[in-house]
Design a protein around this ligand. Sequence first.
Ligand code: SDX
Length: 427
Amino acid sequence: MSDTVKVFFEGNTYEFPLIVGTEGEKAIDIQKMRQKTGLITYDPGFGNTGSCKSTITFMDGEKGILRYRGIPIEQLAEKASFKETAYLLINGMLPNQAEINRFSVLLNDHSLVHEDMQHFYQNFPRGSHPMGILSTMVNALRSFYPELKEVDEEINITVTRLLAKVRTMAAMSYKISRGHKVVYPRADLAYTANFLNMMFDSPVKPYIIDDDVVRALEVFWILHADHEQNCSTSAVRVVGSGRVNLYAAISAGISALWGPLHGGANQAVIEMLSQVHEKGIPLHRLIERAKDKKDPFRLMGFGHRVYKTYDPRAKIIKEWCHTLINKLNISDPLLDIAMELEEIAVRDDYFIENHLYPNVDFYSGIVLKAIGFPTSMFTVLFAIGRLPGWIAQWKESTDDPDWRISRPRQIYVGKPRSDYIPLEERD
Ligand code: SDX
């Protein structure tokens, strides 16, 4: 196989380097294309454009493969803790016992939030969406924790602070939004159990930690921990390329994740299924609307830019739906509706031809609902899970010798040159 790609244009032949990835993915390196040919490429949504070389996550959309640092998601979801997964993504290898112990101590040491931050929370209008609050408060962390002089220490402490505090900040936004007393992190609880306790413990009803509930949330976070150059990760990299501090770059990622086509889909799925349940909407009607090009309705939780087969994460989270609902002895009509909807959609020609299968969001909302989270918190939970991936990708970009400030070009299709018309001469 040649190590270059030839481009023929206006009678000339140009050669560009061919890049081949670990799993055989191929790319034409066009960094010098404009300089050599005057041409740029056009790729709205960057569906065919590699923004970087990365060693963190590998996805194969055709085969439904997802690996973090080479380890299959199925094995991590079965055997790893969320802390181990976060450490793996950020540091590139699974931690040994001493490393995971030190990581746990650091996460606990940094889990408190500056008391003055509560004033910010108190002044958000009631009913503010927790994603808007979280994005604002993460950005505000720089004001409370100024930059340290030593670069490596600044990065390591900032990374640990974010991982440790994001749970406390998320739980605070929930408690304060309900007018309840904030519950502080406890030194005797591990990462995930600590968060559940901060969310649901109250003086009138002490929260009982259930190991299956803890594991279900851990698996949810492991499944969401990273996903190559998705919309929110690209936002973190683009904003980070301006060399802003990590809090600001992560705040941009949270904002990007908020959208219903991205991280907001888990909330949108539950709202869609609830509508079906409450209004008795026939499922075939939903399928028809999803197929109608004149109708902007999308079947939430279906389809994916990369996966053209079943999202491997959806398979795992669907199993946890059943485990949790059986363990907690609850029945959820939305699960029954979701399973029936999947049955119909995966047999429909439109969905088959467009490779539209359930993605991770289709069933994750049912797990979160079974645990007791309000739908308004679902995307915040996605953000907590995705935080290690955002951090790992940001760190990789800052160490990347090829990395430059992000500044895409465009094709101008507006008006040709024209002169200014004084106000009095305009029609
Ligand atoms: C996440 O990038 C990531 O990795 C994201 C994520 C992560 O972990 O970070 O996996 C998390 O964001 C998952 C996706 C959550 N979003 C949703 O579930 C919202 C519903 N899904 C769609 O909006 C859509 O599938 C997207 C946004 C996810 C992908 O959009 P694309 O890239 O445009 O999909 P496509 O090119 O494969 O679509 C092919 C055709 C198109 O029709 P045509 O314009 O060619 O006629 O299928 C249509 C699409 O319009 N289509 C759908 C559909 N998804 C795509 N039609 C109806 N319902 C849908 N859900």
